[in-house]
Design a protein around this ligand. Structure first.
Ligand SMILES: Cc1cc2nc3c(=O)[nH]c(=O)nc-3n(C[C@H](O)[C@H](O)[C@H](O)COP(=O)(O)OP(=O)(O)OC[C@H]3O[C@@H](n4cnc5c(N)ncnc54)[C@H](O)[C@@H]3O)c2cc1C
Length: 374
């Protein structure tokens, strides 16, 4: 039976990135249920780096990870991981309170500016003028090359000598004589520590290991890609968000991606778009932009999995020895991945947080699994 220091379960961006970090100092097997790592949430994101988005802990994690994306390790990727996009936030009216609240989210590094309605329509001519009451612009939002990031972690992991198992769902986890015995497909594996990076299935896997759940709720989000209006070059258009958890859209090559920004709680699953959600999204697009959805658009749905405080869960389970959690990445898991992986590798091997991450004001207590059970 093959024996490893760590068995990382789930090869989305979370599992791939922590396996990449751990393999530097330990033997690691990375186990994925699907034939294609990234088949679930990692392959279904909006691919945005949004530094002023999410709870304050998430923002600090993202700020600490930007350097990795801007200057990745030698050989990590052949293309830039971030590329300029910018984000326009549209308000229906010029009511000052919500605009001031958004502007207050800006930082010296990533400011948010108020801009005129005319400027907003110049930046995003796809918008119907009557949909725009006021606007703000955040230049620091970028696109992320998610495939390059995910493949960079997987390739680096293998180059460091790591073992990847695909199409091998973990179906049993038993702790015997201070180590784990895993059943993964038809293979039996031994490991001292299990890292639970199972995305939406985090609590399913935790229960399999005999742990109490952390209260993970997978929330479905729906998206489509369609043609833009004839004659409009969309390549340079910013992300366009409507204030108040409303739908958003961004260029996708020469086409347009739009999401309903829905958050429907569901069981862990291979998420599929609901016909009614797509109909609502198409109606919203046609009433707020000059887009007419003629042909059936490409549609999909993905899961964003949160615990109650919307911070990620990273750390050893205090009640189940040898079980390490790396779940609850919500809608921020790609951009947090370099920093969360370094935090997880440090804590899982009994080290302190890396100095730059501690200096960014990140406290392991904000991420600890037991906070979710209080
Ligand atoms: C519509 C949408 C838009 C988003 N936009 C952004 C964005 O702009 N920026 C951003 O940073 N994030 C975004 N996100 C969030 C981001 O996609 C997720 O936070 C991230 O992909 C989570 O990665 P993960 O590896 O934890 O999960 P996953 O990618 O789901 O990986 C978990 C893996 O575990 C495997 N697994 C589960 N159980 C087992 C088992 N028993 N045995 C073996 N394997 C198992 C699964 O097959 C799966 O591949 C978005 C998400 C959605 C859905």
């Amino acid at each position: 039976m093959a024996t490893y220091d760590f068995a990382v379960i789930g090869a989305g961006v979370s599992g791939a990135s922590v396996a990449y970090e751990l393999q530097n100092e330990a033997s690691v097997v990375l186990i994925e249920a699907e034939a294609q790592p990234g088949y679930h949430s990692t392959g279904r994101s909006a691919a945005l780096y949004t530094p002023n988005f999410g709870p304050s802990v998430v923002r600090r994690l993202n700020a600490a990870g930007r350097r990795f994306f801007e200057e990745p390790p030698e050989g990590f990727a052949e293309t830039p991981l971030l590329s300029p996009r910018g984000a326009l936030t549209i308000f229906k009216t010029d009511d000052e309170a919500p605009i001031a609240a958004l502007l207050a989210n800006g930082t010296a590094r990533d400011p948010i500016h108020r801009i005129s309605v005319a400027e907003a329509l110049r930046l995003a001519p796809v918008l119907r003028p009557e949909a725009v009451g006021a606007a703000c612009f955040e230049p620091g939002v970028t696109d992320m090359d998610v495939a390059a990031i995910h493949q960079g972690f997987l390739r680096g992991f293998r180059q460091r000598g790591g073992t990847l198992r695909r199409a091998q769902p973990v179906t049993a986890l038993v702790r015997v004589d201070g180590e784990w015995r895993l059943t993964a497909g038809d293979e039996e594996i031994r490991a001292a520590t299990v890292v639970n990076a199972a995305g939406a299935w985090g609590d399913v896997l935790g229960r399999m290991a005999g742990a109490r759940p952390v209260g993970l709720v997978p929330k479905r989000r729906t998206a489509l890609v369609t043609e833009g209006p004839d004659g409009l070059d969309l390549h340079a258009m910013p992300l366009v968000e409507f204030a108040g958890d409303a739908p958003y859209l961004k260029p996708d090559g020469g086409r347009l991606m739009a999401s309903l920004a829905d958050e429907t709680p569901v069981e862990p699953q291979d998420a599929q778009p609901d016909d009614m959600d797509i109909a609502v999204l198409v109606d919203w697009l046609e009433s707020h932009t000059h887009v007419t959805v003629r042909k059936a658009p490409r549609t999909w749905a993905g899961l964003r999995s949160f615990v109650a405080d919307k911070n990620p869960v990273v750390g050893f389970d205090p009640e189940q020895p040898g079980l390490f959690w790396l779940v609850g990445q919500g809608g921020y898991g790609i951009m947090m991945s370099p920093t969360l992986a370094r935090i997880a590798a440090a804590l899982a091997t009994g080290r302190r947080l890396p100095a730059d991450i501690a200096a960014a004001g990140i406290d392991p207590a904000d991420l600890a699994p037991d906070r979710c059970r209080a």
